[in-house]
Design a protein around this ligand. Sequence first.
Ligand code: ADP
Length: 248
Amino acid sequence: MIVLTDVSRTYPGGVAALDSVSLEVRHGELVAIVGPSGSGKSTMLNVVGTLDRPSAGRVEIDGHDVSKLSDNQLSALRATTIGFVFQHFHLAAKVTALDNVADGLIYTGLPLPERRRRAGTALRRVGLGHRVDHEPHELSGGERQRVAIARAVAGDPPLLLADEPTGALDSVSGAGVMDLLHELNGSGTTIVIITHDREIAAGLPRQVSMRDGRIVSDSGSGRGAERLGGGEEGGGRCVREPVESEVA
Ligand code: ADP
């Protein structure tokens, strides 16, 4: 689903936010990206999500070499293949939950009634069938994040990228959101989650730890830190290992 090969991202001024990162994530995986603030987690997620292009290296998403795609083709790949969930939900204010989700389907070109029908299905899937007419300010934090997740998965993308999805939630709502992400993964969605929460990371089948723009350990590679940057061999195996001390 994701193949990064020697990917670097250098910002103007010379900050190497990503420094020759290689990572393979297979279809159906559920992966935690952990590491201290500034270690390059968000930059990596943005590159994987094709929101940012790398300065060097190769990025392959669902079989597509993204460097070969035009901006329009990239937008199409993003729309059909990748769902995004952010810490602060990013819902439109004064817009109902139903239309927040329906608006996420605009790229489909479907008429509004059909988009609303699909949005209703997605909201029921995340347990919010009774909140479709509520606006964000009438919802709890956990419910807002569920709406954001419904929006992200309404078009059935095979890949979901979540940047600190529980970061703005209390522990009970956060646990509910994690249960939901586990459920979505159980039905086949590949999910990559950035998290600062040690407990959440430990509860996921694979943990990738970053520091200073590099991958310093990857439990999915089977041997932890020995295989720095190389997820190729057994990258998809679900090996439960303790989270490294890199977790902030
Ligand atoms: P994390 O998500 O792990 O906190 P980031 O990927 O946000 O880390 O940042 C990695 C490094 O890149 C940090 O040193 C950060 O200051 C730098 N950085 C991030 N975005 C930019 C930017 N737009 N311009 C310049 N430097 C940036």
